[in-house]
Design a protein around this ligand. Structure first.
Ligand code: 6R9
Length: 663
């Protein structure tokens, strides 16, 4: 749509919503001067991607050898590549070029759980640490193209590990440190990792969690995999000689500079496992050139990052937000990124605001779930100055207008630009978003497509493009963009089926959205069985398969229901195997099943409620009708709709009784 807007329409857009004057402490004007310029640039990015992205890629990224062609392939064929023939190294782009220019600028500002003993790193220190780690990885047998798993807390060393992989051409696969040993095992086995980098423990919210112990459990029957362990010094760990190596002992052996591997633009940079529509997590693969161009260009234009900015993203490095916007975007642009090990509520509900003041943070980026939690807990950002803040970002789920306003007024003192950025693990970087200081915003809307995104709303059934204003449908993109994922590791067919075949020739986001009279996009939520809990992406299928693995469970069905704090919450229904029914009472069983999920997936996936029922509502062909469960859970048992396909309607009455009894 944006591509076809005329200049007149573009002018009209500047009367939309509210737009802030540039705050007085802004170092310079935004990179883009007007909405007209945004529309012109967007049109060029769609109509002449070779020219547009060729220029952006050469401006923001250092190539050791220029690319021959900007883009090749089509969504239809699933053979996308960008910047063909270009050679570069991601780590050189994030570290070396800045270490040469301003060695003493902070690259990483470390904030520990309790604020004591930070290990912040300047760009030159980061270069030294990354170089040493590169040597260590090579010495442990890691070669270009090998996969390295990283299971670490939010500490500077997690970034050192990531960048060292990039430096030697290894593919990093970060596993969120909240995942259980079973999830780690699935991921290291699927990715054929050579080594897993971890820490003895993590310290969050005043609690110590033994990460190495969880890794030990994961590797109990996985052979030929080494571990490299950073010593945070918090606890004793058990040790397997010949398999386990201490980080501090290994780095000491090596020089402070290691040459970087020259990589092809389309060489893999990283894998990140994400929940898909079946139980098995998918290893989403991103390549080097296009991903970096996406990260750097969104950093520059969406966040309007300028030299000397200090940027704080509260996301975890185990998710895509941490990859692109804790590590890559800020470091590619040579600014300082805050790495926060703790939680927003420890020791007080003011932890974020203290960090923002302490480090003179200019950009703050967080998920609405954290804002909801803090607002409800009575956190008072108004008692903090936060005078350097310019841009406030939101990510991961829709942000309700009242939370948007609280963010804007209380945190931003009505003088910051609020950007609600919509994107996915698969898109690599922002796709629908306002540009800070440029796009007039509307609370709750993700606004307009970023450069290169040819967004459309299609009819979910026919797949027909609905170009008119004021429409609802499914959000798709009509052409590829540099930072889109290239494949699912080992399963390109699944990649094509999931993203490229649902609506032929288009990229299918899996989200429904509407477009208003001004062409603004409002993201509504998933149309598949993905559940978004506190910005963590889960599927009904993965929780169901975990439940079924429990010896007492015969069948299970999981639904996502609205929750005031976490956005959505997991509610599970289980029916039991006959013997189990007699042994266990409901309360202890649902407690046990919650523990079981915590152990098999991770604590964040544990259902809020588990209902033990006699049977699940099914069609005559045996398909579970989750729609009915959702309605019953939401207290709408009187609006079940068409129940004629139910094989045994009395099951529903039983379920209603169980749910009402527990509520
Ligand atoms: C970055 C990230 C992707 C899913 C996505 C959508 C939801 C993300 C959003 C948003 C509304 C926003 N989502 N940002 N919904 N407004 N600004 O979260 O990636 O973990 O892969 O999740 O998150 O449903 O499809 P990921």
């Amino acid at each position: 749509m944006g591509a076809s807007l005329t200049t007149e329409e573009a002018k009209g857009a500047s009367n939309i919503g509210h737009q802030k004057m540039v705050p007085q402490n802004h170092p310079s004007q935004p990179h883009i001067g007007s909405m007209g310029e945004y529309f012109r640039m967007h049109a060029e990015s769609i109509n002449n991607p070779a020219k547009f992205w060729g220029n952006v890629a050469r401006e923001l990224i250092k190539w050791s050898s220029d690319f021959d062609a900007v883009q090749y392939g089509s969504l239809d064929k699933g053979n996308i590549s960008w910047f063909l023939g270009g050679k570069l190294n991601a780590c050189v782009n994030c570290v070396d070029r800045h270490a040469l220019k301003y060695p003493d600028r902070y690259a990483i500002i470390h904030e520990t759980d309790d604020g004591d003993d930070p290990r912040s790193l300047t760009y030159i220190e980061l270069l030294k640490q990354v170089s040493k780690m590169s040597w260590v990885l090579k010495d442990l047998g890691v070669r270009k193209g090998d996969v390295v798993s990283i299971y670490m807390p939010m500490i500077p060393e997690a970034l050192v590990a990531i960048l060292a992989c990039a430096r030697i051409g290894a593919v990093h696969s970060v596993i969120f440190a909240g995942f259980s040993s079973g999830s780690i095992k699935d991921r290291v086995v699927d990715s054929k990792s050579k080594i897993i980098i971890t820490s003895d423990a993590s310290c969050r919210g005043g609690k110590i969690i033994g990460l190495k112990k969880i890794v030990d459990e994961a590797l109990a029957d996985v052979h030929d995999l080494k571990t490299l362990v950073f010593k945070a010094g918090k606890i004793d760990v058990s040790w397997t000689e010949g398999r386990d190596y201490w980080w501090h002992e290994e780095v000491e052996k090596w020089p402070a500079y290691c040459p970087a591997e020259s990589m092809d633009s389309e060489d893999p940079l990283f894998l990140l496992y994400t929940s898909g529509s079946t139980g098995k997590p998918k290893g989403i693969l991103h390549t080097t050139g296009g991903y970096l161009v996406g990260a750097a260009s969104t950093g520059k234009y969406v966040f309007d990052i300028h030299d000397n900015d200090r940027y704080f993203c509260g996301g975890d490095v185990g998710w895509i937000t941490g990859h692109t916007y804790v590590v890559y975007a800020p470091l590619l642009l040579g600014i300082s990124t805050v790495v926060f090990e703790g939680t927003p509520t420890f020791p007080t509900h003011s932890r974020y605001w203290e960090i923002i003041d302490k480090h003179r943070v200019t950009h703050f980026y967080v998920a609405p779930t954290a804002l909801r939690l803090l607002k409800r807990a009575g956190s008072s950002p108004s008692s903090f100055k936060m005078e350097h803040l310019r841009v406030l970002g939101s990510v991961g789920e829709p942000i309700a207008p009242n939370i948007w306003k609280w963010y804007d007024e209380e945190v931003g003192k009505s003088r910051c630009h609020v950007v609600d950025t919509y994107w996915q693990t698969e898109t690599g970087s922002h796709v629908i978003t306002p540009l800070a200081g440029v796009t007039p915003t509307k609370p709750g809307a993700a606004c307009l497509p970023f450069f290169g995104i040819d967004a459309a709303i299609v009819d979910p059934v026919t797949g027909q493009d609905i170009p008119e204003p004021n429409v609802d449908g499914v959000l798709v993109f009509k052409s590829s963009w540099p930072s889109m994922a290239r494949t699912i590791l080992g399963d390109h067919r699944r990649f094509q089926e999931t993203y490229l075949s649902a609506y032929k020739g288009y990229y299918f986001t899996g989200d429904s959205a509407s477009r208003d009279e001004d062409g603004y996009f409002w993201i509504r939520g998933r149309v598949d069985d993905v559940i978004n809990v506190s910005g963590h992406r889960l599927t009904t299928a993965e929780i169901e398969s975990s439940l079924i693995a429990h010896p007492a469970v015969a069948e299970s069905a999981v639904v996502g229901v609205a929750d005031e704090i976490t956005g959505q919450a997991v509610v599970a229904f289980v029916s039991l195997k006959k013997q189990a029914d007699m042994v266990l009472g409901d309360a202890s069983l649902s407690h046990e099943l919650k523990l079981h999920i915590r152990k098999s997936i991770g604590p964040f996936a544990a259902p809020k409620t588990i209902y033990v029922v006699i049977d699940l509502p099914k069609t005559r062909s045996g398909k579970i009708i989750r729609r009915i469960l959702r309605k019953v859970t939401m207290g709408e048992a009187d609006q079940l709709g068409d129940v004629s396909t139910l094989s045994d309607p009395s099951v529903v009455d039983e379920i209603i009784k169980v749910v009402q009894h527990k509520q």
